[in-house]
Design a protein around this ligand. Structure first.
Ligand code: NAG
Ligand code: NAG
Length: 726
């Protein structure tokens, strides 16, 4: 049965209808339509009263060895899943079997380039515009053949089979073909996030002694400047996605350099026997952008990848056959690599795109021609929260600009549908939703091609507002994933019928999730009402560790007496009664002040960010003091408007940020936000500094997913922070 308080509100509402509204309407002779409308509202209320909301058990306690903790596993399976189907124990076996199973289906699609042109803006800068045509497809059988040819070509080219190959390229079909080619020769593929700087690139290629580099034309241009530092590099294979300049090739002529097509041709004419890997061999060494120091290479085995794949395949309902997937996130990110492997395993068509060509109005799309989603009409997309936030903001902004009736109607429909998702009596009713769909949401849905039926989201926590926006305006469930490179993407994933927000779902069926008490930080598995502690993940998806860094590996990976491998994530979580995990904090971001109070920087920041003056904020706590401070990038418009209204004259924004009254105004607003969030006194920054320059991924102060890079910010504003403590 439903909760008591709900029933009461439903009942009082019914009473109101029964006593006053109905006779009133009758008097005016309004008939059929009103009765139907009433029924439409009353029936769901009655139904929900009769059946109530039963909470589904999504995970169950697991009794697994090792350190004491509160462990859960997915309730849909009685033991952990390890492979998508029998025999698919490695990435290469999975692809080979899929290519036989789905041989004639569309596999990898790339848009035909019709024309590349440059337009000049009024200030003389040149912008590239692309006119792209339809998707051209390789079938599963063709894609598999290309991978085999590439594997043979690589050997014929002279690649030393005892050394590693690296892929340094944007997401595209050749990426998957090259990776699968390498797997067929039991080669480990080193991947590097394309946005990492030069130092990180040199570090990664040098640390793994890469001898063959597979790159796209954009990355090829970076090689001449660093090739003298890459002692182990012998071969370069470049993808001709753009015309490659002779000058660039000339600068790397001391290396064997072939185009991707040449390597495939080479392999076609003389094939080499495959040297297939085993499940425990390392498939990928993945270098990711850490928030501190040089990147670390995570060693992911074939077994890890197929386990995550098997688990995620059980998440998306009716996956396969009719699905089309838009691939555009970096493949050097484990989340996208796992996503595409899931698509390959299920016979889904993968169409490649990019953030710059995604919609009809994207930057690189020639005016009047179509973006990737309009041509592909995907049914599945993967996203990161930052991108979904942007879509939401764009839609709300547009509606706000239109104003008037459009906005009223939009707001009304939004409220009704929100209530319906949240199970309140005010919720809209199916036939009504169809009307809203047609008049309001269809144009919004068209932004993503109009056929999307499931959105997978991961990489960072998704805000509840944005999740609801996607549910309502796109009419699709959003599956939120939680995982790290070290856990091969998979750790927890919300199930498609779970409409709650802010949680990351039960453990994926390939692993256990355990909470381990962190006494020092005040999080214990005996906490009430929910067990809390550090999130520790164990099972088939736990990777081998960091390449050539045993000390760090031993610090965060442990094997228990039953042989289960565990990874200590450093995140703090709690388990809801239905077995869903919620991430509530991060160990690293909790600082103990001089008098022993703990400040959770992330918690304080998200509370203070609700102030309308805050664009970005970093709270800093020095353990040798008893208060914390904050660096704030103010919302320029808001602060300037305040200055204008208060009659404060400043030469530009920079000076305004120095202005004592402005600082005071922002600080007051922060205090208000802190009060609303019921922060403790020691959690409220005692002093702040306003910074005029925004923090962007390009500035290196935040990650691509807009997470703060604390170490970098601390280093850059060291003097400012010192000043705040004096
Ligand atoms: C490359 O690695 C070797 C050790 O393997 C080290 O001695 C050398 O300094 C590194 N070079 C660069 C440019 O990082
Ligand atoms: C694959 O290569 C690794 C590293 O060279 C090696 O240890 C392993 O035995 C190879 N696997 C097979 C099945 O030959």
């Amino acid at each position: 049965m439903g909760e008591v308080s709900d029933d009461n509100s439903n009942l009082s509402f019914l009473k109101r209808i029964a006593t006053s509204d109905v006779p009133l309407l009758k008097e005016y002779g309004v008939n059929g339509v009103v009765v139907a409308l009433l029924l439409a509202v009353v029936t769901p209320v009655l139904l929900s009263m009769m059946f109530g909301k039963k909470t589904k058990q999504r995970a169950v306690r697991a009794n697994v060895g090792g350190e004491e903790g509160f462990a859960m596993r997915n309730s849909r399976f009685s033991s952990l899943v390890e492979v998508p189907w029998e025999g698919a124990t490695t990435m290469s076996a999975l692809f080979e079997m899929a290519s036989k199973k789905y041989s004639r289906r569309r596999c990898l699609g790339t848009r035909k380039l019709i024309k590349r042109e440059f337009v000049e803006s009024s200030d003389g800068r040149k912008f590239e515009k692309l006119h792209l045509g339809e998707y051209e497809w390789d079938t599963y059988a063709e894609a598999f053949n290309r991978a085999c040819n590439f594997a043979s070509g690589l050997v014929k080219m002279g690649h030393d089979l005892d050394s590693h190959a690296a892929i340094f390229s944007d997401t595209r079909a050749e990426w998957i073909i090259a990776a699968q080619g390498c797997f067929r020769q039991n080669l480990t593929v080193v991947t590097i996030y394309a946005s990492l700087g030069e130092d990180a690139l040199v570090h990664s290629l040098n640390e793994t002694q890469v001898s063959t580099l597979i790159c796209d034309s954009k990355q090829l241009k970076k090689i001449p400047a660093i090739s003298s530092k890459l002692q182990s590099l012998r071969h370069i294979i470049y993808i001709e996605d753009e015309p490659v300049e002779a000058e660039t090739l000339n600068q790397v002529k001391h290396l064997t350099t072939l185009s991707f097509t040449e390597v495939e041709e080479l392999g076609k004419t003389s094939s080499v026997d495959a040297r297939l890997p085993s499940s425990s061999d390392t498939a990928v060494i993945m270098y990711t952008s850490g928030s501190t120091g040089l990147p670390k290479g995570v060693m992911i085995t074939h077994g890890n990848m197929v386990a995550t794949t098997a688990a995620v395949m059980t998440i998306v309902p009716k996956l396969g056959m009719n699905d089309v997937y838009l691939a555009y996130l970096p493949l050097a990110h484990v989340f996208e690599l796992a996503g595409e492997t899931v698509m390959l395993a299920s016979g889904t068509a993968i169409g490649y795109g990019s953030t710059l060509t995604m919609t009809d109005t994207s930057n690189k799309i020639k005016k009047g021609t179509k973006g990737d989603v309009s041509v592909l009409n995907p049914t599945l997309i993967i996203s990161v929260p930052a991108i979904l936030d942007r879509i939401r903001d764009a839609v709300f902004k547009k509606v706000g600009e239109k104003g008037g009736l459009t906005k009223k109607l939009f707001d009304f429909a939004y409220k009704r549908n929100l209530a319906s998702i949240e199970g309140s009596w005010f919720g809209s009713w199916a036939p009504e939703r169809m009307i809203w769909d047609t008049i309001i949401y269809k144009p919004i849905r068209a932004m993503l091609g109009g056929r999307v039926r499931f959105v997978l989201c991961g990489g960072a926590p998704l805000s509840g507002d944005t999740q609801r926006f996607m549910n309502i305006c796109l009419g699709v469930p959003v599956g939120q994933g939680y995982g790290l490179t070290e856990t091969c993407a998979g750790a927890a994933f919300t199930e498609w019928d779970d409409t709650s927000v802010g949680r990351v779902g039960p453990p994926l069926p390939c692993c256990y999730v355990k909470l381990v008490s962190w006494e020092e930080g005040g999080y214990k598995i005996s906490d009430y009402p929910m067990p809390r502690g550090e999130v520790v993940v164990g099972g088939h998806s736990i990777t081998k560790g960091y390449f050539s860094n045993e000390a760090k590996t031993n610090e965060v990976y442990k094997v228990d007496e039953r042989g289960i491998r565990w990874f200590y994530t450093g995140d703090i979580g709690q388990f809801h009664p239905d077995g869903c995990l919620e991430i509530i904090d991060r160990k690293k971001d909790i600082v103990k002040l001089q008098h022993g109070e703990y400040v959770s920087l992330g918690k304080v920041e998200s509370a203070l960010a609700t102030s309308s003056y805050v664009e970005s904020i970093m709270v800093y706590a020095d353990p040798f003091h008893n208060y914390c401070v904050a660096l704030v990038v103010p919302v320029r418009q808001a602060l300037e408007k305040w200055a204008q209204n208060s009659g404060i004259n400043c030469e530009g924004f920079e000076e305004l940020c120095q202005n004592g009254q402005a600082v005071k105004e922002v600080q007051q607003s922060l205090s208000k936000a802190a009060k609303a969030a019921r922060l403790e006194r020691f959690e409220v920054p005692a002093k702040i500094e306003l910074l005029p320059e925004p923090w962007t991924p390009e500035s290196g102060l935040v990650t691509a997913a807009l997470k703060l890079k604390r170490e970098q910010i601390k280093a850059k504003f060291k003097d400012d922070l010192d000043k705040l403590y004096h």
